[in-house]
Design a binder for this molecule. Sequence first.
Ligand code: FES
Ligand code: FES
Length: 403
Amino acid sequence: MKRISLNINGKPVSGSVEPRTHLADFLREGRDLTGTHLGCEHGVCGACTILVDGVPVRSCIAYAVACDGAKIVTIEGLDDDEITRELREAFKREHALQCGYCTPGMLVSARDLVVRSLDADEHDIRVAMSGNLCRCTGYVGIIKAIKSVIAARRARDIAAVAGGGRTMVGPAGSGHASAEPADGSPRRAAPAPPLQSASTGKSRLSVDPTWIPQVSFDQNFIVNYPRQQVWEMFGRVREVAACLPGASLIGEPTPEHVEGQIRVKVGPIAAEFRGQAEIERDESSYSGKITGAGNAIRSNSATRGVIGYRLLPARDGQSTEVAVTIGYTLTGMLAQFGRPSIVQDVAAQLTAAFAQNLEARLGGKTTADLSSGGGGLDAGSLIFSVVAGRLQELFRRLFGSRS
Ligand code: FES
Ligand code: FES
């Protein structure tokens, strides 16, 4: 992970990124700048176009680390921009959009053309916009809209800016790394790499205090047993591990330390993560923290994560609300499946299975009675069920009123 500082839409922003993190993911995940759309993720469709140091850039093929210190403007940052407002009105007037998926990238590229083009004719506009694909409109309205904005501005004696204000040659964002982050905070040391070996028990997990998870999110669930009973159960590491689909322990855990493995299958890729974790518990606040790291040798992937939990009384003390905060970093081959939106949905399914198993266990069931205890976690099927769930919801919304 590397700490970077950028100026995004006029505000200093810092964050930790993997070398492989592209700028679009950095903007969309965690910063919620979802106006930057992802289409092809190959630098072909232009949906992800944003301004980096004033120059249109495909954020799906720009590495976030390469833009350290750069000034970023996304479509959200152009809300009050005069040219973009004129383009929005022209796009509306000329019916230059249908689904709108390409529109943010179109507007960013079109704005650049409006700035630098003296008097573009249709051919020039088609050539200049050829890096932005639209599957809906047929382009006619888009070309007319851009042409009308250029003509209107030149008619108002607003001159074209040669080169669109570009001041340097070379990839946008490069060469802009500042000595200090844009927010003035000191740079952090790079975090230590994940654990190399987890099976001997000789090397204990050293937790780097500067490590920041790449992704964090919350999950809550209710267990229909009183808080004290759930708290005591959470202290029995072996029983808790048995409730997690695909997980098993290596050796004998202590209340503070555990080693284990979890089998994960994502599509055609099957991985077995082995690692260790440190456990902290605070009875006065009914809260705890599990900090772990592991490697999957065969898929050359590594993960580290922290799970914090707090038990809260619910339903007049008859039940317990378990509030969980999960933070993780996933690197290597499996990282491509680590997008927060997918992982959160998978985590929701996992949590549901865990909660169900926890209740069964609290109700006196044995490990053999628990679901998916030894079969391994098939994230592929979980993702499939998530997608299926989303489709069902979509169909319900579209056709529910007619059925
Ligand atoms: S998503 Fe970046 S060019 Fe298509
Ligand atoms: S309006 Fe749908 S892709 Fe362009």
